[in-house]
Write a protein that binds this ligand. Structure first.
Ligand code: 5RP
Length: 234
């Protein structure tokens, strides 16, 4: 089965987690685009939508949704987004589409985070996919140097030339990483001055992973190593 069909089936499976009256956070990328196409089918169930990027906002609006800001909704029910890689602890690499910072904010604010991927993205160890890092433009070269000089990181940062994030920043894609401890690596990279966000989602991993494959959609639930975190414990 083609990857696009696997992505579509994962997106369809995610629709079943949306309950009447919910506010839905919408991620960014080709997998989420399938979700956005299907959301009008359950428009009556949805209270409000919030979006992780200008691209997803435009698509949602084209499908007839009014997009609320996170400041209007506060903590909310459910965030659905794709990923570039997931391990079996539901820790992720995200940011292939460059929307990682807003995605991380929306994931953090949601009571439940559902990640939708095709089966090629489930990996034993994160890091084969070049790790996106959003950086302040003025700090780009310094952050790249800090990452390439770090003896234990040994990554090769490449500037995503010509790409500006929705927040006006740059992206470094860090190649050749083997991320054996995603929590530690996330904290360490986030600690470099000039880094806005690293695309490791380990502190706030997914709660449910829906994996589209040849034989349908497999569901993996996070059983607690990475507890869901929102603004409110509920
Ligand atoms: C965008 C992302 C996407 O979720 C990730 O790149 C997966 O994209 P796709 O669904 O197109 O494979 O993190 O910033």
């Amino acid at each position: 089965m083609e990857a696009s069909n696997k992505k579509r089936s994962a997106a369809k499976a995610a629709m079943e987690f949306i309950e009447p009256g919910m506010t839905v956070g919408v991620g960014t990328g080709s997998t989420v685009n399938f979700l956005i196409e299907m959301l009008p089918e359950i428009r009556n169930k949805i209270n409000r939508v919030v979006s992780s990027s200008e691209v997803s906002t435009a698509l949602l609006e084209a499908h007839g949704f009014n997009v609320s800001t996170l400041n209007e909704v506060g903590d909310y029910d459910i965030y659905i987004d794709g990923a570039d890689e997931s391990n079996n602890r539901l820790q992720l690499i995200k940011g292939g589409g460059g929307a990682l910072t807003r995605e991380k904010v929306l994931a953090f604010a949601a009571r439940r985070f559902i990640c939708i991927i095709d089966d090629t993205k489930l990996v034993g160890m994160l890091g084969s996919f070049p790790l996106p890092v959003e950086v302040l433009p003025m700090a780009q070269a310094m952050v790249a140097l800090a990452m390439s000089k770090s003896t234990d990181m040994r990554g090769q940062p490449i500037w995503r030339e010509g790409f500006i994030t929705d927040n006006g920043n740059h992206i470094l894609d860090v190649h050749d990483l083997q991320i054996s401890d995603p929590l530690e690596m996330e904290a360490r990279i986030n600690g470099i001055p000039g880094v806005v966000t690293v695309g490791i989602f380990a502190e706030r991993a997914a709660d449910i992973l829906l994996i589209g494959g040849d034989n349908g959609v497999k569901e993996i639930r996070n059983i607690g190593i990475c507890a869901p975190r929102g603004w409110v414990n509920s």
